[in-house]
Design a protein around this ligand. Sequence first.
Ligand SMILES: [Zn+2]
Length: 345
Amino acid sequence: MGIVPPPCHIWIKKPFQSERMNCIMPRDRGFMISGENSFVIRVPSLTYEEEGGTMNALIADLIRGGPVLTDGSWGTQIIKRGLKPRELPDAWNLSHPDKVEEVARSYVDSGSRIILTNTFGANRFVLGNFGLADQVSEINIRGIEISRKAAGSRAYVFASMGPSGKLLATGNVTENELAETFKEQARAIAQAVPDAIIVETMMDLTEACIAAAAAVETGIPVIACMVFEAGKLKDRTMMGNTPEQAVEMLSGVGVDGVGANCGQGIEGFIPICRHMRAATDLPIWMKANAGLPERVNGEVIYRTTPDEFAASVPELVRAGANFIGGCCGTDEEFIRAIGNVLNNL
Ligand SMILES: [Zn+2]
């Protein structure tokens, strides 16, 4: 499937993954090998040991100097650029790559050290609702290429994997079907070799674990995030899971980081982050919305301003966040405001 350039050695990433090893090459070598029966081959510098386990070297390097600025919402930005109500943002990777690149570039220009990709809904189930089920590979690969082009050497590219849109609890999908769907997307993503994969906006912890496991199988670093917006304190997932349970289950799948995104404003993320930090040493990824969404004249609006959002960032850092950006309602102004606060910590 490819030639393995020296110097490489075989590295088993985590003890419980010893049976199923994947193979990934460093991104500057531009390709990876992966398959059912292949071995993990990592350049030694890609992974190093920490007490109690291993941490992916890229993730460890990124957070060593303090909290890392990520990006803001893609959906909000693509809508601003003219996405129609019945259009899927991911389809724009093929039809409007220039507009998608503009979004990516706006974040890189605002100081994001990590940008995501316009691949949030690029799984067979979501694409199928728009007649695009046979374009999983193309849309994912293009999405990563577009972000990579905008990022150049200025930012890392983490590929986004969002929910399937199906609910296990309703019985309209099986765990196996979800696994096949997410494996298909993860393999497509892996072909374009992003720096990491973000499993995000997950409402159901079981689905999150299935998606994260599919992503982990590629050998690419994975961070998995849940939406917490249920319960009296808004600190539970839709299915009632706590941040601690999310950390435990997702760690068990072998992710390199955990976190929360979407659902509510940044104030609510602070206690969630504290709970996660108390439960794990893994890097924590936090992307809050610009407040709670409100519907005004049929339009969804977010009232939190960039400065109001950024004012909560120091507390979020104290709570243990390693990666900070924004979700729905945030744009490059938010990223600049967060960046200013992080630079002055
Ligand atoms: Zn969101």
